[in-house]
Design a protein around this ligand. Sequence first.
Ligand code: NDP
Length: 455
Amino acid sequence: MPYQTINPASNKLIKSWPDHSDSQIEQALATADALYHSDWSKGAIQPRLQVLKKMADLIDSRVDELAEAASIEMGKLIEQSRGEVQLCAQIARYYAENAERFLAPTSYPSELGEAWVENHPIGVLVAVEPWNFPFYQLMRVLAPNLAAGNPVMAKHAKNVPHCAVLFESLVKEAGAPDGAWTNIFASNDQVANLIADDRVQGAALTGSERAGSSVAQQAGKYLKKTTLELGGNDVFVVLDDSDLDKAVKAGVGARLSNCGQVCTAAKRFLVHEKVADRFLEKMTEAFKAVKIGDPLDASTTLGPLSSADARDTLDKQVQQAKAKGAKIVLGGAPVPGEGCFYQPTILTGITRDNPAYFEEFFGPVAQIYVVKNDDEVVELANDSHYGLGGSVFTKDIARGKALASRIETGMVYINSATNTSAELPFGGVKRSGYGRELSDLGIKEFVNQKLVVIS
Ligand code: NDP
């Protein structure tokens, strides 16, 4: 598949983008590697932080333009695209203001002498990124690594090339030298070759298990470090003592935001039997009230899926779930006509032998499970290959905290949907991947934490 801008709301091709040749990629790698060996990477941090600060200001001044590009390429509601763009400015500013402190040397009291750990860049990184947050996914890699001094070669998903190019030009306009961030329209083979190259020291990937496994295998073969942020099958737990209206509102948002294409979206709703009927009724009403349409129209509340493939894959999963015994309470089909729209869908009656029980549904499809007690919540939540995020709704915070500590995921939110913010670590366990992005943890993933001891 070529790099193409196709508007998923109309399924019309807007522009094709040429692939980069092997020699273009070699040239880009040589430039990035030279930058790593220069004062830019090895010298003072301030010039790099200035670029991040400028980038935050540039993004803030272009929210509408950037948001529109994202909505056109992958179908996100325009208001949500604006939110994504603003979050990018926050992340850039956060690292501009905090990276120096995060990377400062840390003392280690020791009998062997005066000891400390310094943080140094490690070299060129490869980033492989998905389309669901076409700017935020890039910023999560750029901001910490630009601050740390690691040049990045970024391979974006095939359906968001315009966002990839806009992002690269913002980094340049903010004053970063050539090689600090290079967008490459590369094939998977070209990415594999880059990872094998001695000048590359690590790879960060967000995407599917299939892509993560392939990149991690190649990196493992050549002994390069990776971070992986893969899928999720997050639970959204509604206990009998929760504020039901608050839980329904948050749950609907957590399932339908970005048309359900979020790794940390609420995918499995575990609802206590005492409130299950009322929850289902309220959620069904809310799903029925959704206005499907053009993501650029501010009155639309559910846009298209990102591509025809995404819609068809989701529909196959829903039909298979039904064939294996699930009940479709609402929806369960693509919206007829142009564009990659799918009806908001609610499934119940999913048993453990139904493939839907373990699969991630990347779209507006909610699975509802009725639970009797907190032990059953934990059993169901942890009976998953994934371990990314999760939410627990309860008025009893001690009960919520106890559940949070028993759920095997990288993140748990009590009384809100799983969220993200520059200062909070983001990442998972099990097949949701490993490593953390954002916060002080994210900036330490690809630095040489070098020990120095004076005896
Ligand atoms: P992919 O994982 O295929 O795409 C994500 C990125 O990985 C893209 O840049 C893609 O490139 C690249 N990629 C894929 N295979 C390889 C490979 N072998 N080597 C190097 N790079 C590779 O996601 P899809 O778009 O196909 O979505 C499929 C499913 O993945 C979703 O239904 C969802 O379950 C999950 N997903 C999870 C995301 C998350 O946020 N955690 C985000 C997106 C998807 P290219 O576009 O060229 O294929």
